[in-house]
Design a protein around this ligand. Structure first.
Ligand code: MN
Length: 191
C-alpha cells in the first residue's frame, strides 16, 4: 500500500487569522508530506506494507511508529478544522463535557493548559473510552491515544512547527485561536 496525502477540504488561507496560509502550506504541505513519504519508504517490502495505518501505529515503535503516527495525527488534526468552525459542541458530547468539566469554558481552559504545560513537542488530545468517558491527555512527540485503546476526538498540535511562524513563542495564544476553527460537527461525529 502506498499512502497518499488527502487534499484538505479548504484553501490554505481559509483558516486565517487563526492559522496563516504560510503555516498551512509548510505544516501540511511539507511537514506532513515528509511523514507520509517516510512512512511509505519504511513499510516498503515489510510485514507492515498491507496493514491499515491505525494497525501500524498500534504494532510498531521507533522510526516507523513516529512517522506512521505523525502521518495519522496531522490528517486527524487538519480535518478537525474548518473555516466554518468555531462555536460550541452540542448533543451528547456537550452533555458529557459539562458533566465532567463543569462547563465548555472550563473544558477549553483545561485542554489549553494541558497543551501549554507539555514540555517540548507533542499533542494534546481529547479522547473517549468505551463508556464514553472523556480524557484530556498529553502526548510527547508522536504519542497516540490509539496505543492506549482510547478513541481520539480532537487534537491540537503543540510542536513549534505548528505555530512558530504565526505566534513565535506564544503557544497559549496559538492554541486559544484554534477554538475559532474547530469543526464541532466532525468532533461530535467521532463521539
Ligand atoms: Mn505538526
Amino acid at each position: 500500500m502506498i499512502y497518499t496525502q488527502p487534499e484538505l477540504p479548504y484553501a490554505a488561507d481559509a483558516l486565517e487569522p487563526a492559522i496563516s496560509r504560510k503555516t498551512v502550506e509548510f505544516h501540511y504541505g511539507k511537514h506532513e508530506k515528509a511523514y507520509i513519504d517516510n512512512l511509505n519508504s519504511l513499510i516498503e517490502g515489510t510485514e507492515y506494507e498491507d496493514m491499515e495505518l491505525e494497525e501500524i501505529i498500534r504494532h510498531s515503535d521507533g522510526a516507523l511508529f513516529n512517522n506512521a503516527s505523525q502521518a495519522w495525527n496531522h490528517i486527524f488534526y487538519f480535518f478537525s478544522l474548518s473555516p466554518d468552525g468555531g462555536g460550541e459542541p452540542t448533543g451528547d458530547l456537550r452533555r458529557q463535557i459539562d458533566e465532567q468539566f463543569g462547563s465548555f469554558e472550563d473544558f477549553k481552559k483545561a485542554f489549553v493548559q494541558a497543551g501549554v504545560s507539555l514540555f517540548g513537542s507533542g499533542w494534546v488530545w481529547l479522547s473517549k473510552d468505551l463508556d464514553g468517558k472523556l480524557f484530556i491527555t498529553q502526548g510527547s512527540n508522536a504519542e497516540s491515544p490509539l496505543k492506549q485503546e482510547l478513541t481520539p476526538l480532537l487534537t491540537f498540535d503543540v510542536w513549534e512547527h505548528a505555530y512558530y511562524l504565526d505566534y513565535q513563542n506564544r503557544r497559549a495564544d496559538a492554541l486559544n485561536a484554534l477554538w475559532k476553527v474547530v469543526d464541532w460537527d466532525v468532533v461530535e461525529g467521532r463521539y
